[in-house]
Design a binder for this molecule. Structure first.
Ligand SMILES: Cc1cc2nc3c(=O)[nH]c(=O)nc-3n(C[C@H](O)[C@H](O)[C@H](O)COP(=O)(O)OP(=O)(O)OC[C@H]3O[C@@H](n4cnc5c(N)ncnc54)[C@H](O)[C@@H]3O)c2cc1C
Ligand code: SF4
Length: 547
């Protein structure tokens, strides 16, 4: 098949999709077997903690620039053929299931809906929606008097959005919201759930569009077309859905990066005299190691990154690394994610398509007519049966009623909202008394909603219910949920307001970077992975002097 101009430009800067095998298997075992391996005693250029959305992009970019990089991940180096199954219950091992303590007025349940473990990070089992943030997300304090202004603008990030959208690649209709833009791949055909969303929205005069999803529409390198079997949240065995495991790690390995799996980093070590990072302590195969490095980047996710910084306290940083101004762990954000299901006489069979299909950002921006600031997005979600049972049970149905809802599964359509809950300083990670298997204090996450959050979520529920009714639903049930954690080590103009600067460099330690979702000061009502990757790609350009 001829290669397009966009594909050629992607291949020239990130060959991952062409490094995957083309023989029906999903993993380039030779690349993994022959990857470069550094010695703990080598002072490499950069050691990265966490090989997810942010860590993998950084590893790929810097390895391409000739840096000696090792990316350590606490979890396994997944092989989709051997490790993943198209089965909800059988996919539990993809999540970070180590203990975490949750507190606050509205505690956030942790586990499958929050973060992953292993090379590829949470994107291995993310849904695949990849919207950009809107320009307004970068200045909510100035515009709306809530949240925070980023030390970056949308325009600063725009070229990185475009680059990552090509590398994943993203498929979708022309996007009319935020900064209007197109996508490298055409929109996918939609299934029953998407059709219902489009129909109901159309009846109410709400604009809804197909996409944007990081799912291959057509062949891309050696990655095949999506086969619409609906297991995106269980890890896509087909390699059609993008995750760093297939979009950035192969190219990183082929340019000399090492990926060290099953390596749990326990401490970032800082020279007590100079204040510079020296490397990281980690546990691998039951033994303690120390990897020396010229620079350290932490990208362990919004819970584990602040936890690691707090667990890296030393004489010079007695309250935790980078925590002189009590900023580490603060302003952790989670999106309100209510989910509404509607029953239709005709069969919907929402499982027969990727869960991410159609979305609307019509309610994303602050509406002066409303008594709350900021907004929400609406998307198809299409839970598989176990998640559907959780939805029905959360609504209060049990026993016989639960069984009836379950046997009626093929008649239901489900939409979800992402509500921009505001960043608050008391929503934060601290260290709990409880210890993990390594003897390290686990993260304690306190979370409470504010009035603005509740008002926003109420309106999102109403709009979703209206859409399903307008599409012809005879019964509608809604539950409240959370999704997507970001923040906890945010970027800011100065050290009294955040942990890193606009280039992701920590204020406290000049050779320590944070390049994951923790650095986001606001979250919009967009799914965060694309923005996290774009921020990491920009940080890489800063490090290589090309920004
Ligand atoms: C069910 C689900 C659905 C989602 N759907 C979407 C979606 O549709 N669109 C979207 O944009 N986002 C989605 N997300 C969110 C998205 O996947 C995450 O926001 C994103 O992957 C976070 O990137 P990160 O780099 O911060 O962390 P991660 O991608 O989670 O990577 C962190 C990595 O660090 C490793 N790690 C942590 N601590 C240590 C340590 N001490 N030592 C070594 N390694 C460590 C972990 O094992 C992990 O691999 C979803 C998430 C979930 C859970
Ligand atoms: S629906 Fe497509 S992207 Fe999702 S798991 Fe199946 S093949 Fe992969």
């Amino acid at each position: 098949m001829p290669i397009t101009t966009t594909e050629k430009s992607v291949r020239d800067r990130n060959e991952s999709a062409w490094l995957l095998p083309n023989d029906g298997t999903r993993t380039n075992h030779r690349l993994r077997r022959d990857m470069r391996r550094f010695d703990d005693a080598d002072e490499i250029d950069l050691v990265i903690v966490g090989c997810g959305a942010g860590g993998s992009v950084l590893a790929q970019r810097l390895a391409r620039n000739g840096w000696r990089v090792a990316a350590l991940d606490a979890g396994p180096f997944w092989d989709p053929d051997a490790d993943w199954v198209s089965d909800e219950a059988g996919s539990h091992h993809l999540y970070w299931t180590e203990p975490r303590v949750i507190t606050g007025g509205d505690p956030v349940p942790m586990g499958s809906n929050n973060s992953g473990r292993g090379v590829g990070g949470s994107m291995v089992h993310y849904a695949g929606y990849t919207p950009r943030f809107h320009p307004s997300d970068f200045c909510t304090d100035t515009d709306d008097g809530v949240g925070a202004d980023w030390p970056l603008t949308y325009q600063d990030l725009k070229p990185y959005y475009q680059a990552i959208e090509q590398e994943l690649p993203v498929a979708g209709e022309h996007w009319p919201w935020g900064d209007p833009h197109g996508y490298p791949q055409r929109p996918h055909p939609v299934g029953g759930n998407g059709e219902i969303f489009l129909r109901g929205a159309d009846k109410l005069g709400i604009t809804a569009k197909v996409g944007p999803v990081a799912i291959v529409n057509g062949r891309f390198g050696n990655r095949p077309h999506c086969i619409y079997r609906g297991f995106c949240l269980q890890g896509c065995k087909v390699n059609a859905k993008a995750s760093p495991l297939i979009t950035h790690i192969p190219d990183a390995l082929s340019h000399g990066a090492e990926v060290r799996a099953n390596a749990m980093v326990t401490q970032v070590v800082v020279d007590q005299r100079t204040g510079r990072a020296l490397g990281v302590h980690y546990r691998h195969n039951g033994r303690d190691h120390f990897q020396r490095a010229r620079m350290v980047a932490v990208a362990g996710y919004s819970i584990e990154t602040p936890r690691l910084l707090l667990n890296s306290a030393s004489q010079r940083f007695p309250d935790g690394l980078c925590n002189e101004f009590d900023q580490v762990g603060r302003y952790l954000m989670v999106q309100g994610a209510p989910q509404t299901a509607g029953r239709f006489d005709a069969e919907v069979r929402m499982y027969k398509a990727p869960p991410p299909e159609v979305s609307s950002e019509e309610f994303y921006e602050t509406d002066p007519a409303r008594d709350y600031k900021r907004g929400f997005a609406i998307q198809t979600v299409s839970p598989l049966p176990i998640t559907w049972a959780e939805h029905v049970a959360a609504q209060g149905h049990w026993g016989r009623a639960l069984r009836e809802y379950m046997s009626d599964y093929v008649h239901w359509s489900t939409l979800g909202s992402l509500c921009e809950f505001l960043a608050q300083p008391e929503n934060r990670v601290t260290l709990a008394e409880e210890k993990d298997a390594h003897g390290l204090p686990v993260a304690q996450f306190a979370y409470s909603q504010c009035d603005n959050d509740r008002a926003l979520m109420k309106q999102a529920r109403t709009v979703m219910e209206d859409i399903l009714h307008a599409a012809g639903a005879d019964e509608v049930i809604t539950i409240n949920r959370y999704a997507h954690l970001v923040g906890g080590a945010r970027m800011a103009a100065g050290p009294r307001h955040g942990v890193v600067d606009r280039n992701c460099r920590s204020f406290a330690v000049p050779n320590l970077y944070i390049t994951d979702g923790s650095v986001l000061p606001t979250q919009g009502s967009a799914n965060p992975a694309l923005t996290i990757m774009a921020v990491a790609a920009r940080a890489a350009d800063h490090l290589t002097g090309t920004a």
